[in-house]
Design a protein around this ligand. Structure first.
Ligand code: SF4
Ligand code: SF4
Ligand code: FES
Length: 321
């Protein structure tokens, strides 16, 4: 998806920015001042894997799977946030770049359940030769709450035979969405969406340090006792299925979730005058989840609790008809 309007990272109108010339893998490319190296790569059709990047959020640079090599730079640079500069010579597929991306993908695949992270992630794992099995079989999952009680600096050394993981039981403490942190890659997207990039509720943040770092509410209280307003904007940006509508999670658990049988209908939220666009995902005549288009210049994929979750009335009405 290409967003040409001003972004959170650079609010200057695109038409007012200077043009910059650089090269990507030897190909000349011209971008606007303020554009990133990722923008330049995409412009010449070079695919760069990304995990923590999203066009509607300010870059946080945490996954480092998007690194590229810039001539004259000592370290690899994250292309999703590094601004293009005149005369830069960028390499996207050098040995250093491929090794670094492989390491990121391999460590994530060995410690996190990436099975719902999408086809691109599975393809990158294969293309970069990331071998999670090199780290041994997965260690036993943590008990419920165990990772949330971890104290900074108290991480246990592994046994050297199995791969440490973030596996733990999914959290289901409300009717609307579940949090399965066995699938969490700590991309921070949910934190950004809940915070100053969209919702400004700050219900969730990263707690802990190192391998024990995890997404948490304040003092690890359940969502109903937290500041959460159930807008679901965190679910909308989560790339791995860690955050999921309960309706989707239940259907998946039954083996009944089937996107090939789903129809997506775009409509306007009926609740207030903002008029947010809704995408109703319907399976077997039942709304199973609601999203909103990311490229909408007013809402950027965000909704409130009513638009996101308040669809039962439509189904109750249909059942009564
Ligand atoms: S539902 Fe909204 S308020 Fe609650 S954690 Fe997610 S983004 Fe924050
Ligand atoms: S819960 Fe999802 S969005 Fe939040 S950090 Fe984990 S993977 Fe990223
Ligand atoms: S996508 Fe660039 S650091 Fe994550």
């Amino acid at each position: 998806m290409t967003i040409t309007s001003p972004t959170a990272a650079d609010p200057t109108p695109v038409s007012l920015r200077r043009r910059i010339e650089l090269s990507v893998d030897g190909q000349p490319v011209t971008v606007h001042e303020g554009d990133t190296l990722l923008d330049a790569c995409r412009q010449v059709g070079v695919e760069v894997p990304t995990l923590c990047f999203l066009e509607t959020l300010a870059p946080v640079n945490v996954c480092r799977v998007c690194v590229v090599e810039v001539e004259g730079s000592r370290t690899l640079v994250p292309s999703c946030s590094r601004k293009a500069e005149p005369g830069m010579s960028v390499q996207t597929a050098s040995d250093r770049v491929r090794t670094s991306r492989r390491m990121v993908l391999e460590l994530l695949a060995s410690s996190v359940d990436l099975s719902l992270a999408g086809d691109d992630v599975q393809r990158w794992i294969a293309e970069y030769g990331a071998r999670a099995d090199r780290h041994g079989p997965a260690a036993a999952p943590a008990a419920a709450g165990e990772r949330d009680r971890a104290r900074p600096g108290h991480h246990h050394v592994g046994d050297g035979l199995s791969a440490a993981t973030v596996h733990q039981p999914a959290k289901r403490d409300n009717e609307l969405y579940q949090r399965d942190y066995s699938r969490c890659i700590l991309c921070y997207k949910c934190v950004e969406a809940c915070g100053e990039d969209a919702q400004n509720t700050f219900a969730i943040a990263v707690a802990g340090r190192g391998f024990d770092a995890r997404i948490s509410t304040e003092f690890d209280v359940g969502l109903p006792d937290s500041a959460c307003v159930y807008c679901g904007n965190c679910i909308a940006v989560c790339p791995t299925g860690a955050l999921m509508f309960t309706s989707e999670a239940d259907l998946r658990a039954e083996g009944a979730w089937d996107e090939d049988r789903q129809q997506v209908t775009r409509t306007v939220c009926p609740y207030c005058g903002v008029g947010c666009n809704l995408e109703l995902h319907v399976q077997d005549n039942t709304i199973v989840k609601v999203t909103s288009p990311l490229d909408h210049e007013v809402t950027s994929g965000n909704l409130c609790v009513k638009g996101r979750f308040g669809f039962q009335f439509a189904q109750a009405r249909r059942a009564a008809d």
